[in-house]
Design a protein around this ligand. Structure first.
Ligand SMILES: [Zn+2]
Length: 232
């Protein structure tokens, strides 16, 4: 890989909602062991995994007041990751946390990712969402604020479930975007879509990797998902 190619890769990844990491020392290891989520076989044949999440709002303004309710509504919606057998439970003492914060607060939670005070991230057990995006979406998002918030939650929680950005990000002009595509940056000809597609649900239901992946120090390690299958 040439230096310019590497720089281009890094530059494109940095714009990601889960931004590429800048070189930085590893965060200190946590003394607390990570409890395993409880997984049982469900009636549907898909493993059911209980994921306890702590939802925190670091903001106090009216525009963000419904954050906790919206997040739980999205996480328990039958169109969401529940289809992959993930049963989210709100728990103030849970290790996994979903936080809404201002840019600098999100930056701190996301290190070594560089969110430039504009983006959101998943970093180990933390999902940190940018409050300004929550209030206003982005200038290029065409589907309304409510749908943007749903997309933001499903995308970053998708990272918590160990899903990656797909390649290609848009499987074809006019098709619904995968929820793991970086729709905050560009739709690439796809239609905006806040919910996981069937193949993304299938990918999540395989439980191929553990939850809450740590920050990746190498952008090349941002592995693509398998190509979308027929039917989206
Ligand atoms: Zn992302």
């Amino acid at each position: 890989m040439t230096i310019s190619t590497a720089a281009a890769l890094l530059a494109s990844a940095v714009v990601a909602c889960t931004a590429a990491p800048t070189p930085a020392p590893s965060p200190p290891s946590k003394a607390q062991p990570e409890p395993s989520p409880t997984t049982t076989a469900g009636d549907s044949g898909i493993d059911e995994t209980i994921v306890r999440v702590r939802i925190e709002r670091l903001t106090r303004d009216a525009a963000t007041a419904g954050f906790e309710t919206t997040v739980m509504d999205v996480l328990t919606d039958p169109r969401g990751w529940r289809r992959a057998g993930f049963m989210f439970v709100s728990d103030d003492h849970a290790r996994y946390q979903i936080v809404l914060g201002e840019g600098r607060q999100v930056d701190r939670l996301c290190r070594p990712y560089d969110t430039r005070e504009r983006f959101s991230c998943q970093n180990g057990p933390a999902v940190a969402l940018n409050a300004e995006r929550w209030r206003t979406a982005t200038s290029t998002w065409p589907a309304g604020l409510e749908a943007y918030r749903v997309m933001l939650v499903n995308h970053e929680v998708g990272h918590l479930l160990h899903l990656h950005h797909p390649q290609p990000q848009c499987p074809g002009r006019g098709l619904p975007a995968p929820v793991m595509a970086q729709q905050s940056t560009t739709l690439g000809g796809c239609q905006p879509n806040p919910w996981p597609l069937q193949w993304e649900v299938h990918l999540a239901s395989r439980r191929a990797e553990s939850l809450a992946p740590p920050a990746r120090h190498d952008p090349a390690d941002h592995r693509p998902s398998p190509p979308p299958v027929r039917g989206g």
